[in-house]
Design a protein around this ligand. Structure first.
Ligand SMILES: [Fe+2]
Length: 500
């Protein structure tokens, strides 16, 4: 495992155009959150030396904040981190403490600067973006030049349907024309995403520069991927909604029977080491109008006590990783902190509660778990996107390297100093929930999972035209990302394999 992580770190720095010295690499590997520390280093060394030295890591360690709590991690001499003897490594929690600035406007400015810096690092140095300049230094006499900026506005010209982009960087803003039908106009450009533009300036005064190429941060085509030794699997679940009248108790019992080796395919169940739950652990209270009519347990603490009982039914050998969702009892602004200790205390000790989103490695395979609230903004904004196919939207998240770019709509964003919704590093598996459907796809080697729900259709969902695909679980072989879908919706387990 330490070897896999070593390779990941080297590649991570390469992606940011840095070379890491051996001594520095070892210090990073010895840290309990190597990728968090690496990111801090990149932020500090921005524009500086192309080398990451041992002294730089030592300086970063001396300055760093106390580690976030939530996971009891123990570093081993080999540099890997073991939780209670299981192969789990926390790489990064999206929530890193409350905003440093008290003034909301100042805090949001810091958040967007952080997003801009993080995504600019991914775009800088690309051959498709030659002659890269700050916006304030652009001159129409330049002919061709490139900029990296955050999209403030996209509007369409009334007659010819060209796009006019307004883009901001640290130095200023500009308007640029994306001609209709040009490559840059093919994929919808979303507000607040960070893009690189190669511009061509016109010799005619007063004409907008034309976008010749539009680059997104995206996932590298070639990268090393984390893989476990044979015989290790993880099962991905989401949206349990414990406390709801519509919780699917019978399918849940079938899942437990299977995992305990008392259902069909006990040999498959035996290889499962990890359970990942992508949020909405409980149904919550007051989440939508007149929710009380749908609740079997109307006390929020009692809902978590019941969640604890349900999770205690899982075999003890399993490591459970759970992030909250918009129904859970934590601040709804994203990134969300992990469950407070008072509620987490109701869960078995094998459950590790993390922030939403969080990135962690399971036997060397990097998983990013995000509940998926931003589907509520991205689906209406992306032509053709639907709740029935959330994995299409997840591809766009990877292209933007951001889970929830749009500010000021249905997904509240927390004004933290570091934008924890930037997807960094690129994961091997991206798992979401929220859509209450089941979806599997791939994008540039990343396995995309939308991990179903354990709640049948509620009145509220019927009203919003959401048809759930409940009681499915994705069982992933961590050695090769091969997948088995387990369907418990009939009250007993049925398995399907790709291509069968
Ligand atoms: Fe949900």
């Amino acid at each position: 495992m330490a070897g896999d992580l070593r390779e990941h770190l080297v590649q991570y720095f390469e992606e940011h155009h840095k070379l890491v010295e051996a001594g520095a690499l070892q210090l990073l590997l010895d840290d309990h959150q190597p990728l968090v520390l690496s990111r801090e280093l990149l932020e500090r060394s921005e524009g500086g030396s192309p080398l990451v030295t041992r002294e730089m890591v030592e300086a970063a360690l001396a300055l760093r904040r106390p580690p976030s709590v939530g996971v009891a991690a123990r570093s081993t001499s080999s540099g890997s981190v073991v939780l209670e003897g299981r192969s789990f490594e926390l790489l990064r929690e999206g929530f890193e403490g409350p905003p440093a600035a008290a003034q909301p406007l100042v805090a949001y400015e810091a958040l967007f600067h952080s997003r801009y810096r993080a995504l600019t690092r991914m775009l800088r140095g690309r051959p498709q973006l030659p002659n890269l300049r700050p916006i304030k230094d652009l001159r129409s006499s330049d002919g061709g030049a490139s900029v990296i900026g955050m999209v403030r506005e996209v509007r369409e010209t009334p007659q010819r349907h060209h796009l006019i982009l307004t883009l901001d960087d640290d130095s200023g803003s500009l308007e640029a024309l994306v001609p209709k039908g040009s490559p840059g106009a093919r994929t919808v450009i979303l507000p607040d995403e960070v893009v690189g533009l190669h511009l061509q300036f016109s010799k005619e005064a007063g004409r907008l520069p034309r976008v010749v190429a539009l680059e997104r941060p995206d996932v590298p085509v070639h990268r090393s991927m984390g893989r476990a030794p044979p015989g290790h699997r993880a099962i991905f679940l989401s949206d349990l909604h414990i406390g709801s009248r519509s919780f699917l108790a019978e399918p849940w019992a079938a899942l437990i029977e299977f995992l305990r080796g008392r259902g069909p395919r006990p040999e498959l169940a035996q290889t499962i080491d990890h359970v990942v739950i992508a949020g909405d652990l409980v149904d919550g209270i007051g989440v939508y109008p007149r929710q009380e009519r749908d609740l079997a347990i109307s006390d929020i603490v009692e809902q978590y006590v019941e969640l604890g009982r349900r999770l205690a039914e899982l075999p003890e050998r399993l490591t459970v990783v759970a992030v909250p969702g918009n129904h859970d009892a934590v601040c709804p602004a994203e990134p969300q902190p992990s469950l407070p200790p008072s509620l987490a205390a109701n869960l078995p000790p094998s459950v590790h509660v993390l922030a939403n989103p969080s990135t962690f490695a399971l036997d060397g395979v990097v998983v990013e778990a995000y509940h998926g609230r931003s589907f509520d903004d991205l689906i209406p904004a992306i032509p053709g996107a639907t709740y029935a196919r959330p994995t299409d939207v997840m591809k766009r998240m990877l292209q933007m390297r951001h889970l929830a770019p749009i500010y000021g709509d249905r997904t509240p964003l927390a004004p933290l100093a570091n934008d924890g919704l930037v997807i960094d590093p690129a994961p091997d598996i991206l798992v979401t929930g929220h859509a209450h459907t089941y979806g599997v796809d791939q994008y540039r080697g990343v396995l995309l999972l939308n991990a179903s729900t354990w709640q049948s259709e509620t009145e509220y969902q019927r009203m919003r035209n959401i048809s759930p695909v409940p009681a499915r679980a994705a069982i992933v072989d961590l050695a090769n990302l091969g997948l088995v879908t387990a369907d418990f919706s009939s009250g007993s387990a049925a398995f399907s394999f790709p291509g069968t």
